[in-house]
Design a protein around this ligand. Structure first.
Ligand SMILES: [Fe+2]
Length: 251
């Protein structure tokens, strides 16, 4: 199985760099499945129907989300019939926390979970929630997006599910980590795929807004940063037991 996982798509810059590079990446890597985290694709907050359809058209098959899943209200109208996952520990809200797709002859289970540390300590326990899903949902191959702030929570989850989930990756912090590896019991693991969006902002936002917030303590609305763009992704070939980190830039 060959997979391409695209890190948090942030606003129009993220969509523009995918318009430019995704076709060549698909031609070069020939993935059976493309997954992207898209919780920031609509101007930094959530996803719209128009953007969802556009990204599907580019060839992305499954979309994971996170704490900003409801950032664009439109999603409530179409999430039920979509390939969009919201965190599985938002269990009483619309949509699904996992999906099973038949890919390359295998029942592939994809799960999205939200970490608790520094995000929301009152959420259902992400370890137990994911464990319940993998024990109760019929599948041949499994993939987990841990949308979380703390590297410790992601790494702990990586070890906890090592040998039980085939591909484990993190999103949310928007900076690609250089720790892609095969875990001792055979799972592929990466702490954060990184962001697909602006290169020169502060994790996607115009840098002046964030610097001002740190410097003077007052807050203005976030704006998507302009200028150079970056694409961050992770390619995995499970047959060859090989993976590589992808980082591309565009003016
Ligand atoms: Fe997030």
């Amino acid at each position: 199985m060959k997979l391409l996982i695209i890190g948090d798509i942030y606003g129009d810059p993220g969509i523009e760099i995918l318009d430019f590079h995704l076709k060549e990446l698909k031609n070069e890597l020939k993935p059976h499945l493309i997954i992207a985290n898209a919780e920031n694709s609509s101007n930094g907050r959530g996803i719209s129907k128009r953007i969802y359809n556009h990204l599907l058209g580019l060839g992305i098959n499954i979309f994971t989300m996170g704490n900003h899943v409801w950032g664009n209200r439109e999603i409530k109208e179409f999430i039920e019939d979509s390939n969009i996952l919201r965190p599985a520990n938002y269990n009483n809200l619309p949509g699904n926390g996992y999906i099973v797709k038949n890919i390359n002859g295998l029942k592939v289970l994809v799960i999205n979970i939200l970490g608790r540390a520094f995000i929301n300590l009152s959420l259902d326990n992400p370890f137990k929630c994911v464990n319940d899903i993998i024990e109760n949902v019929d599948h041949d191959f499994s993939i987990l997006d841990i949308h979380a702030e703390a590297t410790s929570e992601k790494i702990a989850m990586g070890h906890f599910f090592d040998g039980k989930i085939d591909i484990i990756f993190g999103t949310h912090t928007h900076v690609q980590t250089n720790d892609a590896r095969l875990m001792p019991k055979g799972s592929f693991y990466l702490t954060d795929v990184g962001m697909t969006g602006p290169l020169d902002g502060v994790i996607g936002v115009e840098k002046e807004i964030v610097i001002n917030r740190f410097l003077n303590g007052f807050s203005t609305h976030n704006k998507v940063s302009k200028g150079r763009k970056q694409l961050n992704a992770w390619f995995i070939d499970t047959e060859l037991q090989y993976s590589k980190l992808i980082h591309l830039e565009k003016e």
